[in-house]
Design a binder for this molecule. Structure first.
Ligand code: NDP
Length: 460
């Protein structure tokens, strides 16, 4: 080994030791939070080359600090159901990091929500938001409330009660929530109304994902799904491939899934399957998106109803089977850990060429290894689904300027942002010795921006 190689080797070893020590401390300090541990492990592992190159981050205790939320709020949400019974849920907001801008991140209403889920989502949001190039910090929130089967009145009463407490901690320059699983335009509308009622002023910039009539942005609804497809298209283009003529499988049938299917179809792909939390549909003729939109966006039905309209299609109970359908491109757009190593191997055996994560952390660590070891093009969530929050930041900009851009203007900016994120991730991966590995590239690129700001602002 030359002297230069030895120094490099020592630096990598020191960085690896630092990462291992901080990770062990996180696991000890946050017991029973497996999703948070998983997110920390995925990010920390890929940061070793960056820490070796920038020992000042270790000296400044950046990992110890970045993994500890600046503030974590939990609160009681009481409401009365249609039978007059008092119900109690738990609300959360984790304000994880404000080094580069006000806290920003969605709200999730789902029975699986707990501190671990909110912290993994908030932690990932720090790096994702930095990657967009917009001045926004990382946050996330939500509740274990299950919107499924609730009446309009129940949704409104719960949501108002939730905002009555949350409003004490947010504001257009402090913390700007948005939607996520179970929180769409309807819930954002009720929350915006309640915030306005309590604060007594029209502060459009306090929430994003608003309706178009009261400060929302055109193309916000489409942004995460379209952005995902723009990112994957860039990744495919670099290998001389594209969506045109390809077969695509998409999981989920919510906001992200629907608009990923729409853009993939517009680019000439055939989307043959999608799902909800009960099961999946397979339509060899290509999914009829108008039917899915009517069932999910208007009637709030189960996806199995699709086969009543299209009897040639198949419905299968359970979620994992969808990954056994042969496809060129897989876009998981439902929830965390929906692709395990078994599903990943099934996709590889059927010749999948690219996987683009629309959901947050949909692939387990083992599944990611399967994709990377088999040369599958892999677009990690942090980079690939950043289009939603990027357009949320554009919504904030329009609110501040009190003007509204056209759909095409916002869509063009979204496309440019996704292309920039792709290039930044590719360049960073190469610069840190992992060419082609977008997991490493995206994590390091997002991390460095936040870490530099934390160093500049001193220990706090
Ligand atoms: P929606 O609530 O609109 O849709 C979620 C979809 O996933 C539904 O089809 C839902 O089925 C399904 N799903 C939810 N939980 C599970 C589960 N445990 N197992 C199987 N399927 C499930 O949410 P979004 O489309 O907004 O969000 C989807 C993913 O994308 C999440 O990971 C979210 O964090 C991520 N994301 C969303 C962004 C956005 O702008 N909305 C931005 C960036 C990331 P069912 O209806 O049966 O519950």
């Amino acid at each position: 080994m030359t002297i230069v190689q030895e120094v490099k080797h020592d630096a990598l070893q020191a960085a690896q030791q630092y990462v291992d020590d901080v990770y062990a401390a996180i696991v000890k300090r946050n017991p029973d939070e497996p999703e948070f541990h998983q997110a920390a492990k995925e990010i920390f592992t890929s940061l070793v080359p960056a820490l070796a190159k920038h020992p000042e981050y270790m000296k400044n205790g950046i990992l110890e600090r970045i993994a500890e939320p600046e503030r974590m709020i939990t609160f009681r949400v009481s409401w009365v159901d249609d039978q007059g019974k008092v119900r109690v849920n738990r609300g959360y907001r984790v304000q994880f990091n404000s080094a580069i801008g006000p806290y920003k991140g969605g709200l999730r209403f789902h029975p699986s929500v707990n501190a671990s889920v909110i912290k993994f989502l908030g932690f990932e949001q720090i790096f994702k938001n930095a990657l967009t190039g917009q001045p926004i910090g990382g946050a996330k929130g939500g509740s274990d409330f299950d919107p499924k089967g609730k009446s309009e009145g129940e949704i409104m009463r719960f949501t108002q009660s939730f905002m009555t407490e949350l409003c004490k901690y947010i504001g257009p320059d402090v913390d700007i929530p948005a939607g996520d699983i179970g929180v769409g335009a309807r819930e954002i509308g009720y929350m915006f109304g309640q915030y306005k009622r309590i604060h007594g002023g029209f502060e459009a910039g306090v929430l994003t994902g608003k309706g178009l009539g009261y400060g929302g942005s055109l193309a916000r609804k489409e942004a995460t799904g379209y952005g995902l497809v723009y990112f994957v298209e860039e990744m495919l283009k670099a290998k001389g491939l594209g969506f045109a003529g390809s077969t695509v499988v998409v999981s989920g049938s919510g906001n992200v899934a629907i608009y990923a299917m729409e853009k993939a179809s517009q680019l000439g792909a055939k989307v043959v399957a999608c799902s909800d939390s009960n099961g999946y549909i397979y339509d060899p003729n290509g999914i009829d998106l108008d039917t899915v939109k009517r069932l999910k966006e208007v009637e709030r039905q189960r996806i199995r109803e699709y086969v009543n309209v299209h009897p040639h299609a198949e419905y299968h109970e359970g979620c994992f089977g969808i990954w056994s359908i042969p496809c060129d491109i897989a876009l998981p757009c439902a929830t965390q850990n929906e692709i395990n190593d078994v599903s990943a191997r099934a996709l590889v055996a059927n010749g999948v060429k690219a996987v683009g994560e629309g959901a947050n952390m949909p692939s387990t660590l083992e599944a990611i290894d399967v994709f990377l070891n088999n040369d599958v093009l892999f677009a990690p969530a942090k980079a690939a689904n950043a289009g939603g929050v990027a357009v949320s930041a554009l919504e904030m900009a329009q609110n501040s300027m009190r003007l509204a851009w056209t759909f095409d203007e916002v869509d063009a900016k979204l496309k440019q942002i996704m292309t920039n994120i792709y290039r930044n991730s590719v360049d960073t991966a190469a610069a840190y010795g992992h060419p082609g590995n977008l997991v490493v590239g995206a994590n390091i690129a997002g991390f460095i921006k936040v870490a530099d700001a934390m160093v500049a602002q001193g220990v706090m």
